[in-house]
Design a protein around this ligand. Structure first.
Ligand code: FE2
Length: 451
């Protein structure tokens, strides 16, 4: 019980209460109701094994974020086949799930909350007139309403019990409040497979579980693969970013922050999740074309020649050339290519104006300028957030899209912004630094004519 130590007292009380409630329910079933004696133990054993396999799925399939798994289906099948007491016993087996390193308290809590959910769902099922035991084909229709009632109680109750433990142990940020509706619907979906298992059990007995769960396992596995793929995409992007940032000591973290700020604007204007991911990638990679600009131009002290300035202005095109082969970037290409266009058409590389500029590029332009202003540069210190905001407002309509400026200000007002930590000036020669920043709207690059 070492894991209990260090927890706030109310968290301890809660954990002990849930675990105690589960054991009390089981004790009551054995000692008072006498219903455990009428249980179909062979079915219960198979269900418990099935539940245990499902509970171990995150480990077996290496799907990290699957805190809750297809075990919902097995737990609800138990409600129909072995009743509330049986469902509680099946839920309790979560204590033995294959999750190496999971502390005993967590195991006990997990088993207990499944037991409580199974028991309560079972009671609701019976209360709504559901019959416990192998369903008959003729009586199957009568199960649907009680089963729906049981699932409608099981899923939210499970969510609340787990959400509470997260809140009480200081992990409130892990409660998926934003996607709560989606969470409920997908787990109610898993839950309905429980009815299929129970229905098939009457004809093909315990094999029904395998028949129903196999496609679920395949779906889970595919989901895990998808996540692994996403992670490798993220790593690819981060590596490219790192390559750009090693060219300039002062821009460390710039692409990550531009990505974050672009995501905030995109979210504020109501972009969907697929496009949100793409804009974050675009923010990360917007300056990847700097890899194609000679370092001596980036690091040159004093005004640039027209030729050198042209080399800098080429970086959005170079960026596009570098990442063109990465097909998952999609709409991000437009953001990378046009992030230095201006509303008044005086930007580069194409001189697009207003709505001709792709939406992604209009978002990145705001995020990029803001982060540049609020970061230290070799030629000036970081500006306060309010000053940078005023500068964005000033440029709205000429340099920036006013809609994106307003959206960003709104998002920062609500969620705040963490400016980068102060850069300690590197000793000469110890790191690469550039003396100008093409993103800084307050300090335009000086260009001298060669003639
Ligand atoms: Fe740029």
């Amino acid at each position: 019980m070492a894991a209990l130590r260090g927890l706030p007292w109310f968290a301890k009380v809660y954990l002990v209460a849930v675990i105690g409630a589960a054991f009390a329910l089981l004790g009551y079933s054995v000692a008072v109701s006498g219903r455990l004696e009428q249980l179909d133990w062979s079915n219960l054993l198979v269900l418990a094994l099935l539940f245990l396999v499902c509970e171990s799925v995150p480990t077996l399939l290496n799907v990290k974020q699957a805190a809750v798994s297809v075990s919902f289906s097995a737990a609800l099948a138990a409600v129909v086949l072995v009743g509330p007491e049986g469902a509680a016993l099946v839920g309790m087996t979560a204590v033995f799930s294959v999750r190496p390193g999971l502390p005993l308290v967590k195991r006990l809590f997990n088993g207990a909350q499944f037991a409580v959910c199974g028991y309560v769902a079972g009671k609701v099922y019976e209360w709504l007139g559901g019959g416990v035991g192998l369903p008959t084909i003729a009586g199957f229709d009568d199960l649907i309403v009680p089963f729906t009632g049981a699932a409608a109680v099981f899923v939210p109750l499970n969510f609340i019990l787990i959400a509470l433990v997260l809140v009480l142990t200081g992990q409130a940020d892990q409660v998926p409040l934003r996607g709560v509706a989606q969470f409920m619907v997908s787990y109610l979906g898993y839950a309905t497979f429980g009815l299929l298992i129970a229905g098939l059990w009457a004809t093909v007995s315990s094999i029904s579980a395998v028949l129903v769960l196999l496609p679920l396992f395949v779906a889970r596995w595919a989901f895990g693969q998808y996540n692994a793929q996403q992670r490798s995409y993220d790593a690819t992007i981060a590596a490219l970013c790192q390559a750009v940032e090693t060219k300039d000591y002062y821009t460390r973290g710039h692409c990550t922050r531009v990505s974050l700020a672009s995501g905030m604007i995109a979210h504020e204007i109501g972009m969907g999740s697929e496009r949100l991911r793409a804009i974050r990638y675009a923010g990360m990679l917007h300056d990847v074309g700097k890899l194609g600009v000679p370092t001596k131009v980036l690091q040159k002290d004093g005004p640039l020649t027209e030729e050198e300035f042209a080399a800098i202005q080429l970086h959005p095109m170079r960026g596009l050339e570098i990442v063109r082969g990465i097909d998952f970037l999609d709409e991000a290409f437009a953001g990378i290519m046009h992030h230095h266009e201006r509303q008044d058409g005086k930007g580069y590389p194409m001189g697009l104006a207003g709505d001709e500029i792709p939406e992604f590029a209009r978002i990145i332009a705001v995020a990029d300028a803001f982060d540049s202003m609020t970061s230290d540069r070799s030629y000036r210190g970081a500006r306060p957030v309010e000053v940078a905001m005023a500068e964005l407002r000033k440029g709205a309509g000429t340099q920036f899209d006013p809609v994106m400026v307003v959206a960003f200000i709104k998002a920062v007002d609500r969620d705040g912004w963490e400016p980068p930590r102060k850069v300690i000036t590197p000793p000469a020669g110890a790191a690469e630094t550039t003396t100008k920043d093409h993103d800084d709207p307050t300090m335009p690059i000086q260009v001298v004519s060669e003639r």
